[in-house]
Design a binder for this molecule. Structure first.
Ligand SMILES: [Zn+2]
Ligand SMILES: [Zn+2]
Length: 97
């Protein structure tokens, strides 16, 4: 025997069920859906969980840092070229692969 789902009052449920499948699915989604501060997948590679408070995984953060360093270096080089031609702590970008 069928009655209406007490939650959505749209779908019918069987006598021994407490809610329709739609509502049950919605609830389980809500229960398992991560809160904003829980595990978020890396927005860069989408394959690894991002580090807490970040939107990138460890690998991508490292890569981002590396890129940032390269950019800083590049800026430094440009700035140095514009002003002083030489500065000691400029290192060559290591083996690009
Ligand atoms: Zn329902
Ligand atoms: Zn990543």
């Amino acid at each position: 025997m069928l009655r209406k789902c007490p939650i959505c009052e749209l779908n019918y449920i069987h006598g021994n069920e407490t809610m329709c499948r739609v509502c049950a699915a919605e609830r389980s989604v809500r229960r398992t859906a991560p809160a904003v501060d829980e595990v978020v997948m890396c927005s860069e590679c989408g394959e690894k969980p991002a580090l807490p408070g970040r939107d990138l995984c460890e690998d991508c953060l490292k890569e981002q840092k590396r890129q940032a360093n390269l950019e800083v270096l590049a800026d430094k080089v440009r700035a140095d070229e514009a002003e002083d031609p030489l500065e000691e702590d400029i290192t060559e970008p290591a083996d690009e692969d």
